[in-house]
Design a protein around this ligand. Sequence first.
Ligand code: B12
Ligand code: SF4
Length: 490
Amino acid sequence: MQAFKPELVCFSWRDIQIFSPHEGDASLEHAFNFYYASNPLKRVMASFQGLQNLYRYYQDIRTNLSYPWLIRNNYPSTRIMIGGGAFTAFADQLIHKVPEGTIGILGEGEDAILKVLNDEPLTEERFIIREQGTVTKGTKHTPALLDALTVDLPYLTSIFPQYKEYVGECIGVQSKRGCPYDCAFCLYPYIEGKRVRYRPAEHVVHDISQYYHQWGARRFWFTDAQFITGKDAYPQCTEILERIVREKLEIEWSGYIRTSLITADLAKLMVQSGVGDLEVAITAGSQRVLNSLHMGFKLEHVYEGCRHLRDAGFTGRVILNYSLNSPEETEESLLQSIESYKVVASILGEDRVFPLMFFLGIQPNTDLEERLLSEGYLSGGYNPLSLTPWNVKKMLYNPAPFNKIIAKACLAAWNRKHGSHDPRPWSGSLSQQSATQQQGHTYADNSLSQGIERNSGRDALLTLEQILRSRKPSDPTPLTKPANSSSSVR
Ligand code: B12
Ligand code: SF4
């Protein structure tokens, strides 16, 4: 700082999350043991582990916040800007914790940084700033177009010699911004906007090619909220994949992809261009539940996309994210979710498909949050960053009446330390290892690895099936939610 004397210091804050709502992170197991374990000893142990998690969580936030304060205390005249995914998600809370006058930016930041450097007003930008105790916000009406966006890798390399440590990991490349869908729990349209803006395929593949040739990178992740945003995206996606093939870039790539939009031709191109493991947010196996979450896809099309992938020779793994106990869940829809896993496993092979319990985590500025506020499940003015035990329980959305049986199934699965190895009679399993496993690669999102390695989601689903099927029709308390399901949860 002393030598460089910058006029502006920028911070990019990517993640704030500890009580992850998925089974890749041990905090979920600790939380479930704390809330639902029948053995009191386990509850006590989980409470200690939970406290450790809390400490880590708050400590990480405190450490990150200390950096802007360090700048403010030592260089009071230097301007400070902050942005990034985590900041965008929690801007309303974080703006009170950063030094006064820090310019916060929600969503994309290229134009805003230039404006600040050029001393131009931040009109037309999604800024947030706290001055003399008052918070002011701006709105960006026209999102940036991405036609000219390029990555200057030689320059990046010169200012970031540590890049070598990341070459073996998945390098993020952006091909578009924005997502037109409306999935109730998702924050991405809030972050990136609903209007899809494409980068020219040539630029996208130029990025990949630079990393490939200059850094030796071989693994890539399209950081788009959604790689195939709809039929309008087919020409761009196709051109990107064709160029990868044409330029003989021998890579493995992945990204968030709607399998329901994969056509036979696209599947072939995906496989030819090196698609690796895929994470599919199937969410539920009931079309009714999916519709209630405005997911905007048909289950049958998800299966169809998987068939196209199989026919094209896809050899990667598919992580199927399930958000059990969504607001409209019933016993029948839970059984349908288990069935949907079996359908996908019968198409792609049981040892390729990894169901993962990914509970609905309530995030600010989503339709789900709005719905739960209006139903009284959440109270107005709640603090999404507060991790009191009752807040965590609410934010990991798993309400009554299914909470206990779902927790029982999950805990039974997670307690089996050696993972799920009991192929049951329904399976038409393939024995081949996935290409990515053979090459010794872990999945791009390391934080999910535990769930994949132990394949515990499969066990959780099958155990849940056993529990549900073993319930006698004469059971006194039917597990059916009342009409206004989530308000009964508190
Ligand atoms: C791609 C992605 C991933 C990929 C990353 C692959 C890779 N190799 O790059 C994978 C699947 C691995 C992943 C994993 C996780 N992710 Co993620 N991920 C994303 C996603 C979709 C895009 C991020 C991205 O790279 N965008 C492209 C780049 C160019 O944009 P960007 O970094 O956001 O920067 C832009 C703006 O933010 C802004 N900006 C950024 N910094 C700054 C700084 C200043 C000063 C300014 C002015 C502007 C600015 O300008 C940039 C350009 O416009 C975002 C959601 C989203 N749509 O943004 C979530 C997101 C960042 N992830 C999130 C989370 C939580 C995770 C996980 C913890 C999930 C989990 N498994 O539990 C893990 C953690 C991984 C890790 N250790 O970091 C959260 C973070 C919010 C939060 N709660 O803190 C997000 C926002 C999603 C969400 N839940 O809403 N993720
Ligand atoms: S879940 Fe995916 S498709 Fe749905 S809104 Fe979010 S990014 Fe878009």
